[in-house]
Design a protein around this ligand. Structure first.
Ligand code: F0G
Length: 459
């Protein structure tokens, strides 16, 4: 039988009206925003593909859960529901809630890292690496080479290269590697999964070396779906089963619940080790809040517990990833160069190829994101040299091979017609690509410069 179309396993009960602006209004808006899509007002945006973080649509059951909020300062029943759901679905015994993912990264890094340590990971994430560096560590990229090649069709570009891990151990010794940071569905590689085989191998490797495995599980359900679809032996397993297995192969996790778990705010640090948990409780109370709410409202913890259950449903994941595939395939059919295979949460445009006339030092991905916004009001974001930032020792720009624009799809928010409009606007921009100018900083923040940096066009 031919592959059947996917359709959303939900229907729409309430809508949010959007403003449609003119091209003149958008030209002014992007100029005012210093050519940075993070600095646009959302009222000036038509289709918002900036991120999939915190902007998903909650279900009626999640909204109903909001009404069950127990806002007691200590011991809220919503905390226990959330903690037990995390144990049941993600395997971790202890949970420390945080206001979002980076709150968990801060606590984790402060507890496990000593000055001069090295933290290997399957590609960096912006906030994750910064917290590692602030705690005194150096991040070391140990993802397979294919992940840095936008055109490689490797089915598991999120995989770890064990030769790179072995080399690091040889160079610095196991004592200086407090943990390995393994991300599922690697964001900066283009939403690319790692295989179960690779995760099992990582478990063996780390047992052998007695190094902890910490899981950035922000998009674990998307990774699980790809394992189900692509990896031999998992075709009959459910997303829920695969998620549990992935988590249970790791020692601890940081989570930004604003993605997979479809809440507007929230995150957690979870682990199996009680001593680690006790230390985390000691820090969460300083930076986030008491250990039974850690920066979240009771109602948000309740909505998160429900969101976790919805996020691992096979039907949900089929539609979720199906929508990204639909967008990506249409772009490919129109001849737009994108990262392949198509990722789990976003389609990544290859700005190096689209704007070949702009050198990386003039930020082609940033210029492309600005041009797409002006064309149609579709907001995307840069994931290239600006996001990569500067090396903390040398002050030099990191020069990532991937210079990308991310069209990120919020969960359960946009329709197929919105995807069609997005494709049309990227194609339009490509037709006048040679007129797009490079950019230079007029204001460069010291850290996470992609958020608030400002630019002007290079004449
Ligand atoms: N880890 C990954 C893989 C992420 O994608 C993010 C956030 C975080 C950690 C941090 O979590 O935002 O809740 O503090 N990514 C968002 C994005 C911001 O747009 O990709 P947070």
């Amino acid at each position: 039988m031919e592959k059947r179309s996917w359709a959303e396993p939900y229907k729409i009960k309430m809508v949010e009206l959007l403003k449609i602006t003119t091209i003149e209004e958008r030209k002014n808006a992007i100029k005012e925003a210093g050519f940075n899509t993070f600095l646009l007002k959302s009222d000036d945006v038509y289709i918002d593909l900036l991120t999939d973080s915190g902007c998903g649509a909650m279900s009626d059951k999640q909204w109903a859960a909001i009404m069950l909020g127990d806002e007691s300062y200590a011991g809220s029943r919503n905390f226990y529901h959330m903690r037990d759901t995390i144990s049941e679905y993600y395997s971790y015994k202890y949970t420390v809630p945080t206001h979002q993912g980076r709150g968990a990264e801060n606590i984790l890094s402060q507890i496990l890292i000593k000055e001069g340590d090295y933290v290997p990971g399957n590609m960096y994430f912006t906030t994750t690496r910064l917290h590692q560096e602030l705690a005194g560590a150096t991040f070391v990229d140990v993802i397979i080479d294919e992940a840095h090649d936008a055109s490689s069709e490797h089915p598991f570009k999120g995989n770890i290269d064990f030769n790179k891990l072995d080399k690091l151990v040889e160079e610095v010794g196991v004592e200086r590697i407090p943990y390995i940071c393994v991300a599922t569905c690697v964001n900066m590689a283009g939403g690319q999964p790692l295989s179960m085989e690779n995760m099992i191998q990582l478990r063996d490797w780390s047992n052998w070396h007695n190094i902890k495995v910490v899981h950035d599980m922000t998009r674990v359900a998307e990774n699980a779906y790809f394992i189900q679809q692509r990896e031999e032996g998992y075709g009959d397993a459910t997303v829920k089963e695969i998620v549990y297995k992935l988590c249970s192969l790791t020692d601890a996790a940081t989570m930004s619940s604003k993605k997979d778990a479809m809440v507007n705010i929230g995150g957690f640090l979870a682990m199996n080790d009680q001593e680690f948990y006790d230390k985390a409780c000691g820090l969460v109370v300083i930076y986030e809040g008491l250990h039974t709410y850690g920066g979240m409202a009771g109602r948000d913890m309740e909505a998160l517990a429900v969101g976790i259950k919805e996020s691992v449903q096979d039907d949900h994941m089929r539609a979720r990833v199906g929508q990204i595939e639909y967008l990506g395939q249409k772009l490919l059919d129109a001849g737009v160069p994108i990262v392949k295979p198509i990722g789990g949460h976003a389609v990544f445009l290859d700005a190096r190829k689209i704007l070949g006339h702009i050198p990386q030092e003039q930020y082609p991905a940033q210029a492309l994101a600005s041009a797409i916004y002006v064309e149609s009001g579709v907001r995307s974001m840069e994931r290239g040299i600006i996001s990569a930032g500067r090396n903390k020792e040398t002050g030099e720009n990191y020069q990532p091979r991937l210079e990308l624009v991310r069209l990120t799809i919020p969960r359960r928010v946009y329709t197929q017609a919105h995807m069609d409009v997005t494709v049309e606007s990227v194609v339009q921009v490509m037709q006048h690509a040679n007129q797009i100018k490079g950019l230079k900083f007029t204001y460069e923040p010291e850290v996470l410069r992609f958020f608030m940096g400002k630019f002007e066009e290079v004449e």
